[in-house]
Design a protein around this ligand. Structure first.
Ligand code: PFF
Length: 465
């Protein structure tokens, strides 16, 4: 691979670079906070059955479809989903459908970046020692409430721990990297960030697993012992497929965009599989072994009820308070979360930047400025209104759940029925280092849409807004 490109657009600099960038998009808060929270609330080890079924039927096939469609669109000169969809399906409707793939990442960015800033703030407060508050659960929920502004008076902490300050730093960092571009910004950062994340996570894991025999085993049991009753509930299956989408960054229009910066003969079959496998390693082997077991050691069975944010920002600080070297490990943990979150949030911004450049003809600095303004307003809205969560919840339900299933369905149909699985299969194997079994194409055409439809109906029945 090289930077040269006949169309004059941007390109990834190396194969490992694009794999790490896609894996960086996938590995994020979803792996370390959302996954353990979802598994704990949906049957522990039993959750893993629908989880792996969703991985095989939805996650990996759709991932390959997105890589294929993205690279195909890229070689025709398009990087944004509306343009790519039009090359795949010559119908006036396609560009409007493609715009869903801009809306979803943008809206998710507005929430995600706020939690990213929480992680930075927590890492900083471990460095200064202000988060070593002793073994008192209430002190941590009180700190959290004051830090994010959901405390009794709704005020934010002032001074150096002001959330707005961390939000500003996080925003600026995201936009500097985005502004630097695909190869110099996203790729260079992911190449450094991913190894750092593995090292930090493995250190925290080693610390947690050596905290003391029986408690650790009980903690692992809380995460992994199967409760088969949950398998009978549709909610478990919805949660599992939702987690697969969220975690692999599939169904958001992100992989399509990243793959469009590849060259015609760059491998996608093995790269796609490698990036997905890396994500599963982070999710199951690191996220699955750290967060809940650690929380369980301190809180016992109550850890299961903590939910995603409770686990990360309340239960774990309790654990760090009582473990030897807690301040250091606390810092490592939140620094790692922050890094994981940045490599993900960058991937939410890039599709929109590509659209501003391609669809509106803006230069990079104008696109970045415009996107900065729009997303800052959105995130300000999230911080300001996060106490009255009802409106946001409804919004989050539509964009974060419904639209993802809709977009995944659109992609499966365009790939399987419009572009065609025969053409898709040939395209997937151009320059490929492995052969993907043919039945994956059959699955993409029939099984994936049918499974998506079943889940979609399930969502409508069980969780209507
Ligand atoms: N996959 C990311 C995570 O697990 O945290 C979240 C994510 C990234 C969602 C990119 C959506 C997206 F477009």
């Amino acid at each position: 691979m090289s930077d040269s490109n006949p169309q004059g657009g941007e390109r990834w600099g190396s194969r490992i670079g694009v794999i790490l960038a896609v894996a960086g998009s996938a590995v994020g808060l979803g792996n370390f906070l959302r996954f353990p929270g979802q598994a704990a609330q949906n049957g522990g080890g039993a959750f893993m059955l629908p989880y792996f079924i969703s991985l095989l039927i939805l996650g990996i096939p759709l991932c390959w479809a997105e890589w294929t469609m993205g690279r195909y669109g890229g070689t025709k000169g398009f990087n944004s989903a509306p343009g790519i969809f039009q090359t795949l399906w010559r119908n006036p409707l396609s560009k409007y459908l493609g715009s869903i793939a801009l809306l979803i990442p943008l809206v998710i960015y507005m929430y995600y970046v706020v939690i990213e800033a929480w992680c930075l703030g927590y890492a900083f407060n471990y460095l200064t020692g202000d988060l070593m508050l002793g073994a008192d659960s209430e002190k941590y929920s009180d700190f959290f409430g004051r830090f994010v502004g959901t405390g009794a008076d709704g005020a934010l902490l002032t001074g150096e721990s002001n959330l707005i300050l961390f939000l500003l730093i996080t925003f600026v960092l995201n936009f500097i990297l985005i502004y630097r571009g695909i190869s110099k910004g996203i790729e260079s950062f992911c190449k450094i960030a991913m190894p750092i994340m593995v090292i930090c996570a493995v250190c925290v894991l080693a610390r947690v697993l050596t905290l003391g025999g029986e408690k650790v085993v009980a903690g692992l049991g809380a995460m992994w012992n199967p409760n088969a009753e949950y398998l009978m509930q549709p909610k478990t299956w919805l949660a599992a497929s939702g987690q697969i989408f969220f975690s692999l960054s599939v169904g958001f229009g992100v992989v399509i965009n990243y793959a469009s910066y590849l060259k015609k003969n760059d491998d996608i079959a093995l790269s796609g599989l490698t990036a997905s496998s890396m994500n599963e390693f982070f999710e199951v082997c690191l996220g699955g072994l750290i967060t809940l077991p650690a929380a369980f050691i301190f809180l016992g069975a109550a850890a299961k009820e903590q939910g995603t944010f409770g686990l990360g920002f309340n239960a774990l600080p309790n654990v760090f308070a009582v473990m030897p070297g807690g301040r250091f490990f606390g810092f490592l943990w939140f620094f790692m979360l922050f890094t994981a979150a940045i490599t993900s949030s960058l991937s939410m911004l890039q599709p929109v930047i590509a659209f501003f450049e391609e669809g509106l003809g803006l230069k990079r600095h104008a696109s970045a400025t415009l996107l900065g303004l729009v997303s800052a307003m959105g995130s300000g809205f999230v911080v300001y209104f996060s106490k009255g969560m009802v409106a946001l919840d409804t919004f989050d339900f539509w964009v974060g759940t419904m639209f993802i299933f809709i977009l995944a369905m659109i992609q499966a149909v365009i790939y399987g029925w419009v572009f065609g699985i025969q053409k898709g299969y040939e395209e997937l194997h151009r320059g490929a280092n492995i052969r993907v079994p043919w039945f994956v194409q059959i699955m993409l055409k029939y099984v994936t849409p049918a499974y998506l439809l079943a889940i979609f109906i399930g969502i409508c029945i069980t969780q209507g807004p």
